[in-house]
Design a protein around this ligand. Sequence first.
Ligand code: SF4
Ligand code: SF4
Length: 362
Amino acid sequence: MASKVLFAPVAYSRYEESQTLPAKFDRLLEASGLAERVKDKSVAIKMHVGCGTSYSTIPPVFVRKLVNFVKKNGGNCFITDHYIASRNPGMRGYTEEYVGAPVIDACGYFGKYYYTKEVDYRSLKHIDIAGHIHDADFLIDFSHVKGHGACAYGGACKNIAMGCVTDRTRRQLHGLEGGLLWEADLCTQCEQCIQSCNHNANRFSGEGEYRVNYHNCTLCQHCVKVCPTGAISLDSHNYEDFQRGMAICTKTVLDTFEPDNVYYINMLISITAVCDCWGMTTPSLVPDIGIIAGEDIVAVEAASLDMIKFEDLIAVGVPEGMELGPSGHLFERLHYKNPYTQLTMLEEQGLGSREYGLTEIR
Ligand code: SF4
Ligand code: SF4
């Protein structure tokens, strides 16, 4: 059966406050069924608080509305993310004074408060769940949607998998990134591969080992094609390991909550090419779309991806001179990785279904 997904569009018909996205967000929350479910619960609102000079994370006005809604309905909530101490969330308006709830580091001030669960997927052996997320009764996964270099797309899954865990788990997840194979025996160190890379994604280490930064790498294969000895090859399935690792991590975090105690809200505004953790904001790739919400993470992610269309591309959102891929989703043309793979992995973990029915909030 198709999962119900709420959609509040930015499109408006009149010059009235009631037609704006914040006003529609109020109506979406009323229609969400959250009111009864957060009563008397401790509620973790997980978002990305941004860093550096970024200005495209969720605008504080929406955070404040969500906090007010939870409190009005008897929930006790807090805003959380990791690296809070170094990210200065107050610089982007996320202060307790304005949003109405404490803004705390998910792993505690020193980053040492977590619960470890063992998993076994390639080099991923532990999921260290952030202590304050683990201890909450209810999780609202409040995500800013954007592109992502390593997995093409960052939304609800990424907000949990990379944001509700410790540095050790994040490192293990990043350790799953891949896609290019290098054979040292064949390499003559001619460096043609380095010169051919337009994305500043590869280098040789001090020990002469070929290294790839998969955040920057688009798997364009320029380095593969120019290599005169065939020392570099593409293992096109390797990048999927990172996506599967994220899905496993997401499931492990979600397993700490009762099934009805999680809700997903995706903000499809200021949709940029790369993740908020870059500490900068580039121009939007497409016009703002609105807000997608629901109880099925896969359905919410599917609806979000489906609404981001290549035909709506705003050219200035892509770096000048960047060559886009010939086909697929906009994020695939940009990052050369299929963003829907993440959804397949989430389905594989039994976390939901891509089948959804939209209910529009007007
Ligand atoms: S595949 Fe393309 S982006 Fe990646 S390292 Fe090679 S040349 Fe650079
Ligand atoms: S192009 Fe091939 S042979 Fe030359 S440095 Fe790169 S990997 Fe080695």
